[in-house]
Design a protein around this ligand. Structure first.
Ligand code: TLP
Length: 360
């Protein structure tokens, strides 16, 4: 039997746990478009409660969660302020512009994943017929492209309050808000206090096979539910997958601390290797983004070389690569990964296979 690869491409690669598979086979189901799936209703109730909000809606993905949220907050020609390397801006096909006519207004993302409050304030439009109407501020917590940085409570409060002071709504792409809560040792509800809406993934570090939840007040969730239908996301006996989501929320949040410890171990090991640079102190959650500082070997070479040692991770543009720890990656796997790195860096330019995808 061949050893399975150590898959660090993302936490999205996680497979359902035995408890999830069992829950899925036993879930009572109904037609969720009629609001009659008891398992979906339970999941939505649980998510709303954990985030301290009135209501929730189950959607198929983080992308759909963000899209339904933005479309529920904004009309055609309205403007959304967001970070220039936010997932919504970079990796969601510009869906809110393509499908909803929402105008994105990107501002620089700081290294810690925050947007400067002064930049946000400068970006908010005045009352002038030349301008779109600024309706929404969106932030990402944890921040994927900033290496999984967790935005602290004080920042989340300040950003939300600034939005509200100017009459904007505040949306959080909380695909990995669970990781932020664990890393910062606060409740998800506390981080969400000022948010009008959040989209939270069940199928990343929490290991559910499918799904995200959007939370907010009842009126907003009613609108988001309409948006889910128009993008074709109204699901029927969705309790089969929601059941895994319930296990994700009840059993899989605290263990994220293990993924964070493994990510830190990886960062510390990488930092000791010649030709790799990363500040391990900046690794707070499960994402490790590092630079390859070698002339003779590209990130694509490095990724291909690691693959031949059974380690999967992606280049993400420039000299950078990303590794994401997850439920299936153990401390011993991290040590094996570091050995593979050492071997590939040692072999240097002899590694020639360039068939790699730049993504993540
Ligand atoms: N991120 C994926 C890729 O799309 C890059 C990954 O491997 O990290 N918000 C954030 C912050 C995300 O990182 C992602 C997925 C999403 C939203 C979208 O979630 P899905 O993949 O469920 O649509």
């Amino acid at each position: 039997m061949t050893t399975p690869p150590i898959d660090l491409r993302s936490d999205t690669v996680t497979r359902p746990t035995p408890a999830m598979l069992e829950a899925m086979t036993k879930a009572p189901v109904g037609d969720d478009v009629y609001g009659e799936d008891p398992t979906v209703n339970r999941l939505e109730g649980l998510a709303a409660e954990m985030l301290g909000k009135e209501a929730a809606v189950f959607v198929s993905s983080g992308t759909m969660g963000n899209l339904c949220s933005v479309l529920a907050h904004c009309g055609r020609g309205d403007e959304m302020i967001l970070g220039d390397i936010a997932h919504i801006f970079l990796y969601e096909q510009g869906g809110s512009a393509a499908l909803g006519g929402v105008h994105p207004h990107p501002v620089p993302t700081q290294a810690d994943g925050t947007l400067k409050l002064s930049d946000i304030e400068d970006a908010i439009r005045g009352d002038n017929e030349h301008f779109p109407i600024t309706r929404l501020l969106a932030v990402e917590n944890t921040h994927n492209r900033c290496g999984g940085r967790a935005l602290p409570v004080e920042y989340m409060d300040a950003a939300g309050q600034l939005a509200h002071k100017h009459g904007l709504k505040f949306h959080v792409d909380g695909a990995r808000l669970w990781n932020a809560a664990v890393a910062l040792n606060v409740s998800p509800a506390r981080l969400a206090k000022e948010a009008d809406s959040l989209s939270l993934c069940l199928s990343k570090g929490l290991a559910a096979p499918v799904g995200s939840v959007v939370v907010g007040d009842k009126e907003f969730i009613q609108k988001a539910r309409r948006m889910r239908k128009v993008v074709g996301g109204g699901m029927r006996q969705a309790g089969v997958i929601a059941a895994a989501g319930i296990v994700a929320l009840t059993e899989m949040v605290e263990r994220l601390a293990d993924d964070h410890a493994n990510a830190r171990r990886l960062a510390e090991g990488l930092n000791r290797l010649d030709g790799i640079s990363i500040d391990p102190e900046t690794v707070q959650t499960d994402i490790v983004i590092f630079n390859l500082d070698r002339e003779d070997i590209t990130p694509a070479h490095l990724s291909a070389g690691l693959r031949s040692h059974g380690v999967l991770l992606n280049p993400i543009g420039g000299k950078r690569l990303r590794a994401v720890t997850n439920y299936h990656v153990t401390e011993a796997d991290i040590d094996r990964t570091l050995e593979a790195f050492a071997a590939v860096l040692e072999a240097g330019a002899q590694v020639t296979d360039k068939k790699v995808v730049t993504y993540g």
